[in-house]
Design a protein around this ligand. Structure first.
Ligand code: AP5
Ligand code: MG
Ligand code: ZN
Length: 215
């Protein structure tokens, strides 16, 4: 089963993808995470992407589609993929079709997380993740069970993203509206879009997504 989680910055794509990984052994393919890893490693892609990401603009279609192809090649044939933050433009949506069909795969669901833009700045500015295992948290909405200790791996180190400030978030939202939201009709025409209320509690959003993938 291959699915896309679609929604603006802070909609909960990463949060829900991590839960699907834990529940179903699927693999999360987050181009944002891949690009941040490239920046950290100082690769050629990372050097090109860093300034663009810090501004909240989109990295080139060629770069992200190449990353997705490489990650899919590293997966077992039967393992499901969760596309998180990809595709983000019409060109990427077209590339994804070609990438999947070349590997004998196809999309089962596009799940759109619907959210109020006003809530997103608060969500994003309160977000942090475990520096060791990457589990996501929030100052107000999802704190570790024991303060200062990761629920999943026990690490005491956490980090915040450099693009999680209000100004950059506004640019990221504008990019979403201008370039990403317009790809929905492509999938609507195929009858594979389900809309989930992303403003509900995290557990309720998970339950709604489970209902979609169970059919
Ligand atoms: P990316 O990393 O994809 O960032 P994004 O799309 O802006 O999305 P976020 O990761 O900010 O949000 P999310 O939906 O994952 O929310 P989360 O679950 O963390 O991309 C970063 C940059 O990389 C881009 O700006 C671009 O430059 C580049 N890039 C990446 N992919 C690209 C592509 N395909 N093409 C071109 N460029 C690309 O949730 C947020 C917070 O809210 C968390 O703290 C969470 O705990 C909390 N939360 C989640 N759900 C709920 C809920 N239901 N109620 C309350 N709190 C909640
Ligand atoms: Mg994310
Ligand atoms: Zn951890």
């Amino acid at each position: 089963m291959d699915i896309i989680l679609l929604g603006p910055p802070g909609a909960g794509k990463g949060t829900q993808a991590q839960r699907l990984v834990e529940a179903h052994g699927m693999r999360q393919l987050s181009t944002g995470d891949m690009l941040r890893a490239a920046v950290k490693a100082g690769t050629a892609v990372g050097l090109q992407a860093k300034a663009v990401m810090d501004r909240g603009e989109l990295v080139s279609d060629e770069i992200v589609s190449a990353l997705i192809g490489e990650e899919l090649d590293a997966m077992a044939a039967g393992q499901g993929a969760i596309f998180d933050g990809y595709p983000r433009t019409a060109a990427q949506a077209e590339s994804l079709d070609a990438i999947l069909s070349a590997r004998g795969r196809s999309l089962n669901h596009v799940i759109e997380l619907g959210v109020d833009e006003d809530a997103l700045v608060e969500r994003i500015c309160g977000r942090f993740t475990c520096a060791n295992c990457g589990k996501g948290y929030h100052d107000k909405f999802e704190q570790p069970k024991v303060a200062g200790t990761c629920d999943r791996c026990g690490s005491h180190e956490f980090k915040r993203r450099p693009d999680d400030n209000e100004e950059t978030v506004r640019t990221r939202m504008a990019e979403y509206r201008a370039k990403t939201a317009p790809i929905l009709p492509i999938y609507d025409a195929r009858g594979i879009v389900s809309r989930v209320n992303g403003m509900a509690d995290i557990d309720d959003v998970t339950a709604a997504i489970e209902q979609v993938i169970r059919g």
